[in-house]
Design a protein around this ligand. Structure first.
Ligand SMILES: CC(C)(COP(=O)(O)OP(=O)(O)OC[C@H]1O[C@@H](n2cnc3c(N)ncnc32)[C@H](O)[C@@H]1OP(=O)(O)O)[C@@H](O)C(=O)NCCC(=O)NCCS
Length: 163
């Protein structure tokens, strides 16, 4: 069980584009979140994951952050605490908003929350061929830790950062 997140931790980093806002996801966000960010995931699977995450968010072992630009949903990402460590997951920025620093801002805000929860280590997994995400994480101080095989074939790199 972690402590509540104080509102100032949701403030966008100073360098972020104007009009960005970060907030926690709520149950009512399910449909727009699925349609806007995760339409490639089957709705029943996504609902199970979302519902689980809302329970964990209520228990303080996870947070699901939404990014809005002038009130419009433009991205999202998760911080999940497991018994063996903590992970950033499902980072997503809608295509027209990419390469404008929003992914960077998302990782900065999620990392702030992780520090507030006194987590000392963060991991993030990314498929080997996702060069854009890989270079972003490395630029933000994550280093390659290990390679894992994915259930559907292919491999992913797990990167690690000490906070
Ligand atoms: C990965 C992802 C979240 C990154 O989001 P993003 O908003 O594009 O991230 P940023 O803009 O902060 O950084 C991306 C690149 O744009 C560059 N950039 C940032 N602001 C910029 C600007 N104003 N002008 C030009 N380039 C800029 C960054 O330097 C960075 O370059 P790098 O890849 O060489 O480090 C996004 O590409 C995405 O949603 N991809 C699909 C889903 C996905 O793959 N998720 C990751 C799963 S692990």
């Amino acid at each position: 069980m972690t402590t509540p997140i104080p509102p100032h931790l949701f403030a966008p980093p100073l360098a972020a584009m104007a009009g960005l806002q970060f907030r926690l996801a709520e149950l009512a966000d399910f449909r727009p979140l699925h349609e806007t960010c995760y339409a490639d995931k089957r709705a029943p699977w996504f609902w199970d994951h979302f519902e689980q995450m809302m329970v964990w968010q209520g228990n303080g072992r996870a947070c699901w952050l939404l990014i809005e630009h002038n009130g419009r949903l433009v991205g999202s990402g998760e911080l999940i605490i497991y018994p063996h460590g903590a992970e950033l997951a499902n980072l997503f920025v809608v295509p027209p908003y990419r390469r404008r620093g929003i992914g960077t801002a998302l990782i900065i805000v999620l990392s702030r929350i992780a520090r507030h929860w006194q987590l000392t280590d963060l991991e993030i997994g990314v498929e080997n061929q996702n060069e854009r995400a890989l270079s972003l994480y490395r630029r933000l101080g994550f280093t390659d830790d290990r390679e894992i095989r994915l259930p559907g074939g292919g491999t992913a790199v797990v990167l690690h950062k000490t906070l």
